[in-house]
Design a binder for this molecule. Structure first.
Ligand code: S3P
Length: 170
């Protein structure tokens, strides 16, 4: 069964996904990385040259290709919020929402903003970034809330991760 990790940009889907894969002895895939390889360019470049609607289209197409696999998959922050993706996510595996509050997300994203086209314009204004994250998070929460499991993703220790593994297996 697939495990699909969802949550806002910067909540740690990729790093937690890798740790989880190690603990569960499973394969790990990062959807953004798959798209970058397919398109032969970075996510910001796809946004710039082909536009967000194109990105959302290929994101959704690739998601459906994971049906029937046994993989831990970290999705993009926006993946569950477009097309019918959240329904698809819950059909192809068990979904885990990595929940983190807006202020911690702001701190984390302020240091890695370059890689993220949707918030790049706020790279010199942390207050504006924080406002943007709060409003995007409010829009996206209803989608994230449809996950099978919600996991508080700040300060994830090894034992906290063991709890998540148990929750998934249950
Ligand atoms: C996006 C999140 C990004 C990436 C793209 C769009 C979003 O992934 O898919 O920049 O809409 O939140 P991360 O959540 O891994 O940063």
């Amino acid at each position: 069964m697939n495990i699909l990790l969802i949550g806002f940009m910067g909540c740690g889907k990729t790093s937690l996904g890798k740790k989880l894969a190690k603990k569960m002895d499973a394969k790990f895939i990062d959807l953004d990385k798959v798209l970058e390889k397919e398109e032969q360019m970075s996510v910001p470049k796809i946004f710039e040259l082909k536009g967000e609607p194109y990105f959302r289209e290929i994101e959704s197409q690739w998601l459906s290709k994971f049906k029937g696999k046994d993989t831990i998959i970290s999705l993009g922050g926006g993946t569950p919020c477009y097309h019918e993706n959240m329904e698809l996510i819950n059909t192809i595996g068990s979904s885990v929402y990595l929940k983190m509050d807006a202020s911690l997300l702001t701190d984390r994203l302020y240091n890695s903003i370059q890689k993220r086209p949707l918030i790049e314009e706020f790279k010199r204004d942390k207050v504006a970034l924080s406002t943007k994250i709060e409003s995007m998070l409010a829009e996206r929460e209803p989608f994230y809330a449809k996950a099978n499991i919600t996991f508080e993703a700040s300060n994830v220790s090894s034992s906290k991760l063991d709890c998540l593994v148990e929750l998934i297996a249950y």
